[in-house]
Every structure is written in C-alpha cells, then in structure tokens.
Design a protein around this ligand. Structure first.
Ligand code: ATP
Ligand code: BUA
Length: 365
C-alpha cells in the first residue's frame, strides 16, 4: 500500500531525510557526506547520484520499500522567482535546478533527488516554498541602480511554516494576519508577511543584518574599492560575503553558543560583535514594520539562534513597542515539506506548475 511521504532536505555537507505517514514522522536522520567525497564534484548538482544512492540505502536500512511511497518531496532551491506553494516537479524545473538559474545552492539538489526517486515508482514529486519564493510588491524590487534589481531569496519554507503555526495559535488563518518573521540561522531572513504573502525580504545571502556566516548590508563604496584592490579574486570576495562573513569573519566561529560562552567569560569584543548582530536584526525588523504600515499582529523570532534568550531579549527590548514578540525557536523544515504535500493530497490546496507560474510572474521593471 502506498502510504509514506519521503522528504529530502539537502544541505552543503549533509542530506536530511524523513519518512512520514500522514502527519506522523516515522523516521528522520541526517546523512553526512565527507568533504573528500563531495570535493570530487565540480558542481553541487553533480553530487546527485552519490546522494541518491545513499538515500536509497537508508530506506533499505529502515525497511521502507519504494513501492510503499506515496510521494517524494524535496526542498526547492534557487529557481526562477515564483509565488509560494507546493509545486509538482516538472522537467522544466529540473532543467533550471541543474542550470542553477539564480546560483548554486545545496537546496537545488532537493527537487532533483525527489524526482529521481519518485520516477523509480512513477509517483509524484514535489517541492514546497523554495528559497526563490517571490511575492514582492513591485515597489520592493527597485534598488536605486537600474542595472540591479532587489531579489527575493530567503528562508521561505520555515517562515511560511512558522507563520501558519503563529496564525493557528492566534486562532486565525495565515491569510488573516500581518507578521514580521525573523529567521535567525546560519543566514538571517527578516520578512514582512502580509496576509500570508512575503511582500519584502532582506535577501539572506546579500543584504540585511550580518549573520553567523554572511556579511549582510555593507557600505557600497568601500565594498567596490575592496573588489578592485587587486587583493582578492571574485571567488574570495564571494566567500567573504557569504560563508566566511559575519560572526565567522570577526570571531572565527559560526557557532552562536560558542560566542555566548566567550561573552560569559568576559570577552568584550565578542560581546560588541554579537550585540551588533542583534542591533542590526532589530533595525531590520523596525524597517519591515513600515512595509506593513505598523499594523502587525506579532513579531516572530525563529531559527536556531532564537533558542538564545540573550538574543531574543536583546531584540525584544528594541522592537516590542511595535507588536508582541513571539518565539518559535529552531526550525522544522522536514515537517513543513510533508505538510505542503499533505495539503495537496488532502485537496486543501492545488499543486502549482512551475513553468506556468514563472510565465505569469516574470517581472520586468
Ligand atoms: N541554544 C542555542 N543558543 C544560541 N545559539 C544557538 C542555539 N542552538 C543553536 N544555535 C545557533 O544557531 C545557529 C544555526 O541555526 P540553524 O540551525 O537554524 O541554521 P542552519 O540550518 O545551519 O542555517 P540556515 O538556518 O541559514 O539554513 C548556529 O549559530 C548555532 O550555534
Ligand atoms: C537564500 C537563503 C536561504 C538559505 O540560506 O537557506
């Protein structure tokens, strides 16, 4: 009997996998990939066969047979800009994931792996709320330089999933509330969520507050000088902006728990940098409050760093005058992927077709 949903969430060095029966999470694990293995491949998407075989071996280990799978869902990546929702994976989407139309990202593998495993049984494969969800109002796209448009890239999957939970806790529908959701992880996304739509974003890879691994907003003149100083290659600059920026650049760690330990031991520099990160997050939340004209049901702090009362109280002190601050620490992307599929299977929502949404969503300013 076909009754299980397999969820696949690829990260840079591991693939999280889970098997659900209805809402119940039966098995979940993180399959680690040693760097020596991954480094053999030039492009992230070239790792697909290696990861597929490891997932199939794991399914065998837990005695889940592919003929009992009902659907497979993967985390969607840097696709073309599309509205949020659950998408049936099509060949057109696979082409774009392989080409990396908005860049390389481990999540590009999510859809490719889901489709490859679903195809073994001829069942449906989906992605849910990919990184490239774009529900911007046009005014949010204008950057100040016509050659550059502001892009919507961020932690849409967790932000939307948490938004649904917050709305339910407020006894409302997601489409009835205005929220500012700050996802505080390795990257940081701050999003004004207007009646269920992500109408603006900082773009977690390139702007907004700095984060454990990313530099965030920078003074543009000084950045241009650094780029042309002759000291760095393009790839080195890219790494300084994303991967080796933020806390990692200042404190040589991306681990917020380690930073807090240093602060407790009296490290004043660690305190200054960490407080600056909280300050920038609060400032971004304040800016996003204007997007919602100040009509906000709640400010929501989520992601791994929202476990820290140091961070949440620091931010709350600055922003609680705007709206009540609610904390939903951690993330449950596996549950969010499964629920996206369940909404379609239970006909609470229609699945979308990527190429149709891209066509109707192509923005030229
Ligand atoms: N209890 C805690 N207190 C403070 N920081 C914490 C705690 N637990 C986790 N973190 C921090 O959260 C960060 C990782 O968050 P998270 O797991 O959401 O990120 P990720 O999944 O690696 O990246 P992303 O969220 O950008 O996809 C790390 O800096 C980690 O040290
Ligand atoms: C673009 C930000 C999303 C992520 O880092 O996972």
């Amino acid at each position: 009997m076909r009754e299980y949903v397999l969820a696949i969430n690829p990260g840079s060095t591991s693939t999280k996998v889970a098997v659900f029966k209805g809402k119940e999470n039966l098995f979940e694990t993180r399959l680690d990939h040693p760097l020596e293995e991954l480094n053999q491949y030039k492009k992230i998407t070239d790792q697909y066969l290696l990861r597929k075989n490891i997932i199939l071996a794991w399914l065998q280990e837990i005695a889940i047979h592919s003929e009992n799978l009902l659907a497979v869902v993967g985390r969607g990546g840097l696709l073309r800009p599309i509205p949020g929702g659950t998408y049936k994976i099509t060949e057109e989407m696979i082409k774009d994931l392989k080409a990396g139309v908005q860049g390389e990202h481990a999540s590009n593998l999510g859809g490719i792996l889901a489709k490859a495993i679903a195809d073994i049984e001829g069942i449906d494969a989906y992605i849910v709320d990919p990184v490239s969800v774009d529900e911007f109002e046009d005014v949010a796209r204008v950057s100040g330089m016509p050659e550059i448009q502001r892009r919507s890239l961020g932690h849409a999957l967790n932000i939307k999933a948490v938004g649904h939970s917050v709305a339910a806790d407020l006894n409302k529908n997601f489409q009835e509330v205005n929220l500012i959701v700050a996802h505080l992880g390795g990257g940081i996304s701050v999003a004004p969520v207007k009646l269920g739509r992500l109408v603006d974003y900082n773009n977690a890879n390139e702007a907004g507050p700095f984060s454990p691994e990313r530099a965030g907003d920078l003074p543009t003149g000084d950045l241009a000088k650094l780029c042309f100083s002759g000291e760095y290659t393009y790839n080195e600059i890219k790494e300084k902006l994303r991967g080796k920026g933020g806390l990692t650049a200042y404190l040589l760690t991306n681990n917020a728990i380690e930073v807090e330990k240093r602060i407790e031991e009296g490290d004043q520099r660690a305190k200054l940098i960490y407080d600056a990160m909280c300050y920038q997050i609060a400032k971004e939340i304040g800016a996003m409050a204007t997007v919602l004209n100040g009509r906000i049901d709640a400010i929501v702090l989520t992601g791994g760093i929202a476990h820290s009362s140091y961070v949440t109280s620091n931010i709350a002190e600055r922003v609680s005058f705007i709206a009540p601050v609610m904390i939903y620490a951690g993330e449950d992307e596996m549950k969010a992927l499964n629920e996206g599929v369940l909404r379609v299977i239970r006909r609470e929502e229609n699945s979308k077709i990527y190429e149709e949404e891209v066509l109707t969503h192509d923005k030229k300013l």
